[in-house]
Ligand binder design. Structure first.
Ligand code: SAH
Length: 469
């Protein structure tokens, strides 16, 4: 993000516009919405500027800008449609310590003016760093359509009511008050009885909400998927949006955490394989503590919470503390990994079963039914297998697996830095090291990417298909 968005207070400040033509008019339409004193410099003004000057909405000076004209100005716009004149305006503006914007010239500007959806005091500013004005216009049009014009009025009345609303307890209850105001009570009252009815409805709503029984805290054990926020379920997204406290694993992506409310308390309880880690008991205690205080806790786990996620320990701890919980399934890493290489976990005539294994367990490298796994036609997804790859490959080969059994590693599934390494069982550890696989990865035993798989199927004598799977 090269430009940081912020809202500048222009009350009682001067804004200077150099240029009095068509381009200046377009900017002035926005600037005149503010409480700034706007001064326009330029000979032969556009009739609209002359009109605004007569109406005293701005001050027009009938000559080009000169040194000293930008004194105490908060911002200076170069809107001359003339590069030399704009450059002169920039020098004058900078000398006065003002921020300068040259219209349609990103490189010579200190700031850019966003596209605006105006429901004053609610303002949406849309910027694309100059990269996609068409997109900005589309987002603006969508928001113009979606947000009723009464929103500004409701927000203004709500602003005047903040002190009265502060009588309600902070947090969930106060939030419920405001949601109900903006979603139902406010719009209805405004439509039926105008602004006075809205104020009366606000008083009634405070009384109603004060009488409602306090909510008990809950925990949602949520599968956050492999990283791409679009792979989150709608249910997970809704619960996350409502949560007071978000407790998440290290592998839950930043894009997903963005979906939490800004006021939510967000706590990472990482279990870093190479560094400091949270103990499971401490994570359990943290969930219990917040829920016992009445909070709605979103416990975000990567992938699906029921796959190598220590779900049972967390459910047991919540049961023991008498805290109600729900489980929201997610897309497990192996499922997204299969999608990204275009293969299915099972296939008629190829493999009728599929295993999920872990490379590590509490005792270190995990032991498995190596003999069963080494048989031809087996397929498995190995989680936490990168550091155990030499051990895995050694064990399987020792139990008779073919050296050329395909293995595919998919690192950072569904993220922008996803990497795929297709290799064979005997070369696995070296191939992983060679490709620099260090992030979270799924190892598919017996599966290779779709194209390679199709080529191998052509060569091998296919086993006759029997029944559906
Ligand atoms: N509950 C998770 C698994 C947690 S165990 C799930 O259902 O996906 C952690 C392991 O999951 C990692 O070591 C890695 O093997 C795998 N994993 C999690 N996110 C991943 C991702 N985005 N890409 C590849 N593997 C991932």
């Amino acid at each position: 993000m090269r430009h940081f968005p912020l809202f500048r207070d222009l009350r009682g400040r001067r804004v200077v516009v150099s240029g009095a033509g068509e381009t200046a008019v377009a900017k002035l339409r926005l600037l005149l919405k503010t409480e700034a004193t706007t001064v326009v410099y330029g000979a032969a003004p556009h009739p609209q500027i002359a009109r605004w000057a007569t109406e005293r909405r701005l001050i027009h000076i009938d000559r080009p800008i000169d040194h000293g004209d930008a004194l105490c100005a908060a911002m200076v716009y170069g809107a001359n449609e003339d590069a030399v004149e704009d450059a002169r305006a920039a020098i004058i503006g900078h000398a006065a310590g003002a921020l300068v914007n040259i219209v349609d010239n990103l490189e010579d500007s200190d700031f850019i003016t966003p596209a605006i959806v105006d429901r004053d005091p609610v303002t949406i500013a849309i910027g694309t760093e100059g990269a996609a004005p068409v997109l900005a216009r589309r987002i603006k049009a969508e928001n113009e359509e979606r947000l009723p014009h009464s929103l500004g009025t409701l927000a203004r009345i709500g602003q005047g009511f903040r002190d009265a609303a502060n009588a309600l307890p902070h947090g969930r209850i106060r939030r419920r008050f405001w949601s109900r105001y903006y979603d139902e009570v406010g719009p209805q009252a405004l439509e039926v009885g105008g602004e006075e009815a809205v104020v009366a409805a606000l008083h009634a709503l405070v009384a109603d909400i004060s009488e409602e029984a306090p909510e008990t805290g809950t925990v949602a054990l949520i599968g956050a998927g492999p990283g791409d926020p679009e792979l989150l379920t709608l249910k997970a997204r809704n619960v996350l949006h409502e949560a007071d406290v978000v407790i998440h694993d290290r592998l839950v992506s930043a894009d997903i955490l963005e979906l939490a409310r800004r006021e939510a308390i967000v706590i990472e309880v990482g279990k870093n394989p190479n560094g400091a880690s949270w103990k499971q008991e401490d994570i359990d205690a943290l969930m219990v503590e917040h829920a016992a205080n009445g909070a709605h806790v979103a416990r975000l786990k990567s992938g699906d919470p029921a796959v190598f996620g220590r779900l049972d320990e967390e459910m047991d701890a919540l049961d023991a503390a008498g805290i109600p919980f729900t489980i929201i399934p997610g897309i497990t890493a192996a499922s997204a990994a299969a999608a990204s290489i275009g293969v299915s976990w099972t296939r008629r005539g190829r493999n009728a079963s599929f295993r999920l294994l872990t490379g590590h367990d509490v005792a270190g490298f995990a032991e498995h039914d190596w003999r069963g796994l080494a048989k031809p036609g087996q397929a498995a997804a190995i989680y936490m297998g990168v550091r155990a790859s030499r051990f895995l490959s050694g064990r399987l080969l020792m139990h008779g697996a073919a050296a050329d059994t395909p293995v595919t590693a998919i690192e950072n599934v569904s993220r922008s830095d996803q990497k795929i390494v297709a290799t064979t069982l005997d070369r696995l550890p070296d191939a992983l090291a060679g490709a620099g696989i260090t992030g979270p990865a799924i190892l598919f035993l017996g599966l290779s990417p779709r194209q390679a798989m199709a080529a191998a199927d052509d060569i091998a004598d296919p086993i006759p298909a029997t029944g559906g799977q």
